[in-house]
Design a protein around this ligand. Structure first.
Ligand code: CP
Length: 344
């Protein structure tokens, strides 16, 4: 079995590969929740490049490394040479010599592609302007943990309401890969592109799922999960409030919209939410809201992803480790080191 080096987009992975990542994440979660922190990242270091701010992604990656016995280095804006004299390619070559795996939250998707091409170590896309694949893994895990009675993942209808963000695209790709029924209900200028719609339709042909992109409110009927994201991006792309409210107000997730879903329909949000815009307080804080557990599952997903993408690293046998220690001890002894003090 060959494993892919990088995790840039869920579309690069088969259903079986995605399910392996998800099931591995769930197995590690179960172990940790039962009191066993498996040292699966022991001795390994994760580099975390952030070109933009983050709460969930940063904290979950860093916590995951700590829990699995590894270490994470935060490489935030202005903290490394990247963007000054050093190119992303050179940064990737250098990091490959120093650490074991790297994640990058980037402004332009091409940056994380260039980083992956330059790195010999695995690269995880921690959100670009095109995709948010680690979020998509957490989303599916959350849905699997809250399936409606008697339903499998493949029986579920997921409606993403509002702006066709990178979160919406990644959700649509993973749902259609896994054979689920996906709807993007949003205004025409902000619907996911025809190109992505065609990819999702091709996924459905293979998986048996379905995909619809529409501005018709009736499309929300029968939803098992209703998901939303902020309207018109964060950061420098943000649209003025009055304009975005005018464009998206009909797509707000409020009680009326939730009532179009099936009985027991659940609410999802990648967060951060702009309360009163993309979702009302009433829905975000309701018993139907999974968005807080979903944020917790970012940690579940990160642990699985870190282990999955570092699994190909050579595991040294006990004999190899013993021989290496003997060689080093001989060198230290011959050069005047007191071995007892060295190992104290
Ligand atoms: N959902 C998400 O990626 O959150 P952060 O931007 O806080 O990481």
């Amino acid at each position: 079995m060959t494993y892919k080096k990088d995790f840039l987009c869920v579309q690069d992975f088969t259903k079986d590969e995605l399910m392996e990542i998800i099931n591995l994440s769930l197995a590690i979660k179960k172990a940790i929740n039962s009191g066993y922190n498996p040292p699966l990242m022991k001795g390994k270091t994760l580099g975390m490049i952030f070109q933009q701010s983050s709460t969930r992604t940063r904290v979950s990656f860093e916590t995951a490394m700590e829990q699995l016995g590894g270490h994470a280095q935060y490489l935030g804006p202005g903290m490394i040479q990247l963007g000054g004299h050093e190119t992303i390619g050179d940064t990737g070559k250098v990091l490959s010599q120093l650490i074991d795996i790297v994640m990058a939250r980037v402004i332009d998707h091409q940056t994380v592609v260039d980083l992956a091409n330059a790195c010999t170590i695995p690269v995880i896309n921690a959100m670009s302007d095109y995709y948010h694949p680690t979020q998509a893994i957490a989303d599916v895990i959350t849905m699997m943990e809250h399936l409606p009675d008697g339903k499998r993942l493949e029986d579920c209808k997921v409606v993403f309401a509002g702006d066709g963000t990178q979160v919406c695209v990644s959700l649509g790709l993973i749902c259609t890969k896994l054979g689920m029924n996906f709807v993007h209900y949003g205004p025409k200028p902000n619907q996911i592109t025809k190109e992505y719609q065609n990819i999702m339709k091709a996924n459905c042909k293979e998986s048996g799922g379905s995909c619809e992109v529409t501005d018709k409110r009736s499309s929300v009927k029968g939803a098992d999960f209703i998901y939303t994201d902020v309207w018109y991006g964060l950061y420098e792309n943000e649209m003025p409030k009055a304009e975005r409210v005018k464009r998206f107000k009909d797509y707000q997730v409020n009680r009326d919209l939730m009532e179009l879903g099936n009985i027991g329909c659940k609410f999802l949000h990648c967060l951060p939410a702009t309360r009163g815009e993309d979702v009302t307080d009433e829905v975000a804080d309701s018993a139907s809201s999974l968005c807080w557990l979903q944020a917790g599952n970012r940690l579940t997903a990160m642990r699985g992803l870190l282990v999955y993408f570092t699994r190909n690293r050579k595991i040294h046998s006990d004999l190899e480790i013993e021989a290496a220690k003997d060689t080093l001890d001989t060198y230290l002894y011959e050069h005047g080191y007191d071995l007892e003090k060295v190992y104290k």
